[in-house]
Structures are given as C-alpha cells and as structure tokens.
Write a protein that binds this ligand. Structure first.
Ligand SMILES: [Zn+2]
Length: 182
C-alpha cells in the first residue's frame, strides 16, 4: 500500500495513483479530447458560414452593378457548352449518332453558336508476336478522330429580355460562389 499521489488516499499494490483518481484522470482526458474536437468543428462551421456570407454579399454587390450596367446599355453575354456526338466512322462502323436537338432548342431560346471544339479520340494499335520475341509491340495508332464536338453558345444579355438577365445573374452568382472574381 502506498499513498495516492493525487488524493493522498490508499492505493492498491504499488500503484502511485488510486483507482478512483485513475478513473477520473481517464475521464478528464476523454472530456478534454471531446471538447477539443467540438471546438474545432465549431470553428470550421463558423469559417464555412463566414465564407458563404462573404460570397453572398459579393454576389449581391456584383448583381447590383451588373444590373445597372445592363440598364445603361452595356453589352454582356452568357455562355454555355453543349456536347454533341458526331457520327464518326472507324473501320466502317459508325460510333455515334448525330443529334443537334439540344442546340436547336437553345437556338430557339436565343442562344447563338459561337464555335465548336472537337473532341478527338486516339486508338493505339499493337502487334502480337509469338516466337523469338513473345509479347506485344507497338504497331500503329490512329489518333485525332473526331468523336464529337463541344458547341459553345452565347446568349446576348439585354434589358428587353428579362430571361437573359436572369440567366446571366445565375451564372455570375455561381462563379462568385466558386471564388471567381467578376
Ligand atoms: Zn487518489
């Protein structure tokens, strides 16, 4: 029996701290760890809220100045891309269909095609050899095959078209929330 270093009570065997004080120490450590985790989580939540509030304030300020510049007659454009597969042919097989329904739909809604950016695919060809050199060696490749196109469309934002303004405002807010300055 020895005296507990913490409370001065009796300890069992040669232990320096009694069972009761030892349990308390473990409980205190767990509580401290929980408190630290909670504090960290709260700090993170506050940071997220602060960032969101800042982005919302920024978006509101941008929207105001954007709307006033539109009403002042300054031109602005909204852009989007649509992917259209092309009926590419490889070894006589058509790999995709071709359908511009979505582009047409946007055209009727005022979107103008600005340009198209092809998406290409490359296929590596290898030769199988058996015998003195067993394995696979590079043979030829076919690259640059157009699989489809990204169609870039623009919508002119104008005072006479409230829908275009709404579209532009939504795009602008999304960019600001992504941290992109306008
Ligand atoms: Zn004790």
């Amino acid at each position: 029996m020895a005296d507990c270093l913490v409370c001065g009570g009796k300890t069992s065997g040669r232990k320096e701290v009694c069972d009761s004080c030892n349990r308390q120490r473990i409980a205190d450590e767990l509580a401290a760890r929980d408190a630290a985790i909670l504090a960290e989580r709260q700090a993170r939540d506050e940071r997220v809220l602060a960032d969101r509030a800042k982005a919302e304030a920024g978006a509101k300020a941008w929207q105001q100045s954007f709307l006033s510049s539109i009403s002042g007659g300054k031109p602005a454009f909204a852009y989007k891309t649509v992917y259209v597969p092309i009926d590419s042919v490889i070894n006589d097989d058509t790999i995709n269909g071709f359908n511009i329904a979505e582009v047409q739909q946007l055209g009727l809604a005022g979107w103008r095609v600005i340009t198209v950016m092809p998406r290409t695919i490359g296929i590596g060809l290898t030769n199988m050899s058996v015998g003195s050199s067993v394995g696979e060696t590079w043979g030829a490749g076919i690259g640059g095959n157009v699989a489809g196109v990204y169609v870039l469309l623009a919508l002119e934002v104008s005072q006479s078209d409230p829908e275009s303004i709404q579209t532009a405002v939504e795009i602008g807010e999304k960019l600001i929330h992504k941290g992109i300055e306008l």
